[in-house]
Structures are given as structure tokens and as C-alpha cells.
Design a protein around this ligand. Structure first.
Ligand code: SF4
Ligand code: SF4
Length: 314
């Protein structure tokens, strides 16, 4: 049976699609957004993250050291400090060995049947709330065969399906997968491809072209802007985004959601031994929030249904 690498499964979510949902987060992403809340999703491979404050100490415990055949664990004074990523093979034996949850494993192989069994547990909630299943990431299309099979299995089981994707992928991959999605969710991060590339690692042309084509083929979508202070919240970019949506998405847009920047990925980046690149972004939270409200008002004045956050009735 097919296997996928999944880094999280959340039950009873209400933010990513209508009703109460089970959300499956797939490993791997072709983008590397500097503000990403889920940096543990970036690599397709399984990887450990370390939380030194939870470590008992090498002297008193040291179980991870005994478990690791690669000698990849690094210790500061007493406690675990990081993992030598050049030696680590992602076996996650250190995670199983640690009694203090000071090492967390990101990613596990899961069989399609096991994921479906978990999804089926909450069927009555989906039925009562108009919910279902959302496949997210990372970028689910990196594991396109598994994502397609999971969407199809849900569809065959009569469960509403939502695919949250960057749509930075070839059209053949998208078309093959999206046929089993009842709703799609995607971001418009910036309209200037050079700026998009600077902050995400890739240009925006392919994404915008794919979203246009999806709308043209009748796919309903929720679009999102992760609003980042000083990067994509200027009126020039907002006006261009509004023009793009009106010209290319039109009636296929259910809601435009503005997601205000939060420093969500900082701790996880640290646990993975990576630099959180938005660390020094300084801004006034209250003023920024007002700005985001004003941006929502602007979109609504252009006839684009826009909300701040994700919690509106969809
Ligand atoms: S994941 Fe495996 S190789 Fe990497 S540090 Fe842990 S035990 Fe060692
Ligand atoms: S097994 Fe966990 S608690 Fe024990 S030394 Fe290793 S990281 Fe620390």
C-alpha cells in the first residue's frame, strides 16, 4: 500500500476549509518562505529537532548518544545543543530513546490505509459541520501520488476534500491531483516576481498562471495573503493583487483571507539548527493590525470578499 511522509495530523481544525476538518500535513516544499510557520516541512526527509531546555543532561541520561550510530548529537555544557546535520541520516532513533521529549521527530511514514482509518474516526463531525479533510504541507504536490490517492480515497468515501497548495508545480501534476479536490486554498505572496523570489526562493509567474487556469476550469478557491510588514503590505502590491484577482479568479474566489505576520516559525527553526530570517523584522503590532484591516477594506471596496484571519463562515 502507498506510503506518505507526514509531519503532522491535526484533528478538529476549523481554519483550513469549511466545518470541522482533519488536516494532513505533508513533508517537502519547493518554496522556502522566510516567514514560514512550518520550517519543519521544508525538506522531504525525516529530521530531528532539538529542545535543549528539556534535556536532562548527557551525564545523567545520555540515552540519545547510545541510540545514535552516526555520532551526530552535539552537547553544550551538559545538555544537548544541536545535531550535526552533515552526519544525521534521519533515522529518528534518538527521538525514540529520549525520555524527556528534548528531541522531536519531524516526519513519519504512514500508509494510506492508516491515514484513512484516522480520518474515518471523525466522520460524524464532518457530516454535522459540513467539514472534511484538508491536505496541506509543506507542499502536498511534492508527494503527488500519495496526495492524489488520499484525495481520491476521501472522495470515494464521500468526505469533502480540500487541497492547500502553493501550486508551484507543473500543470500535469496539478490537473491529475486537483480533480479529486472539492476546494483549493492557495497564497498570493507577492505580485513582483523578483521580490517573490527573494523571500520565497521562487518566482510567482508559474503560481499565478496555475491559479488563473484553475479558476478558468471552474475550481472554487480560498486565496490568502500572508501579510508581512514592509514586504508585501504596500498599496502598489495590494492594488496589483486586487487587479489580478478580479481579472483572473473572479467568481471562483470564495474568500480572500489576510493572515497577519506572526513569528511562528522561530522556535522550530532554532530546533532544526537553521536561522530564522525574519528575526530582526521590527514593527508596531497595533499599527500593523490596523493596516491589515485597511487592506481588507480596500479589497472589499473593489468587490473582493476579504476577511482578516480564517474564521469566517465559508
Ligand atoms: S536521527 Fe538518527 S542519525 Fe540523526 S541524530 Fe538522531 S539517531 Fe542520530
Ligand atoms: S536522551 Fe533526551 S534527555 Fe537524555 S541526554 Fe539525550 S536529549 Fe537529553
Amino acid at each position: 500500500m502507498e506510503k506518505g511522509i507526514i509531519f503532522n495530523i491535526q484533528r478538529f481544525t476549523i481554519n483550513d476549509g469549511p466545518g470541522i476538518r482533519t488536516e494532513i500535513f505533508m513533508k517537502g516544499c519547493p518554496l522556502k518562505c522566510k516567514w514560514c510557520s512550518n520550517p519543519e516541512s521544508h525538506r522531504l526527509s525525516k529530521e530531528p529537532g532539538v529542545y535543549p531546555s528539556k534535556c536532562i543532561s548527557e551525564e545523567k541520561c545520555g540515552l540519545c548518544v547510545k541510540a545514535c550510530r552516526q555520532q551526530a548529537l552535539l552537547f553544550g555544557p551538559e545538555k544537548i545543543s544541536q545535531i550535526d546535520r552533515s552526519k544525521c541520516v534521519g533515522c529518528l532513533k534518538c527521538v525514540d530513546a529520549c525520555p524527556a521529549e528534548a528531541i522531536k521527530g519531524w516526519g513519519q511514514d504512514m500508509l494510506l490505509g492508516d491515514v484513512m482509518a484516522l480520518i474515518e474516526k471523525d466522520r460524524s463531525y464532518y457530516e454535522r459541520s459540513g467539514g472534511g479533510v484538508t491536505i496541506s504541507g509543506g507542499e502536498p504536490l511534492v508527494q503527488k501520488d500519495f496526495t492524489k490517492s488520499l484525495l481520491k480515497a476521501c472522495r470515494d468515501a464521500g468526505i469533502h476534500t480540500c487541497l492547500e497548495s502553493t501550486f508551484y508545480a507543473d500543470w500535469e501534476t496539478i490537473a491529475d491531483t486537483v480533480q479529486y479536490a472539492d476546494l483549493i486554498i492557495s497564497d498570493i505572496k507577492h505580485m513582483d516576481s523578483r521580490v517573490h523570489k527573494k523571500y520565497t526562493g521562487v518566482g510567482c509567474e508559474k503560481i499565478l498562471e496555475n491559479l488563473k487556469r484553475l479558476a478558468g476550469e471552474g475550481h472554487d478557491m480560498i486565496l490568502r495573503i500572508p501579510v508581512i510588514p514592509g514586504i508585501n503590505d504596500d498599496m502598489e502590491n495590494i492594488e496589483k493583487t486586487a487587479g489580478y484577482i478580479k481579472d483572473n479568479i473572479g467568481e471562483r474566489l470564495r474568500t480572500l483571507q489576510l493572515l497577519s505576520f506572526m513569528r511562528m516559525g522561530e522556535e522550530k527553526c532554532g530546533s532544526l539548527g537553521r536561522t530564522y530570517e525574519m528575526k530582526n523584522l521590527e514593527f508596531d503590532r497595533e499599527e500593523f493590525q490596523k493596516k491589515v484591516e485597511n487592506i481588507a477594506d480596500y479589497f472589499n471596496s473593489r468587490g473582493i470578499h476579504c476577511v482578516v484571519g480564517t474564521k469566517e463562515k465559508q
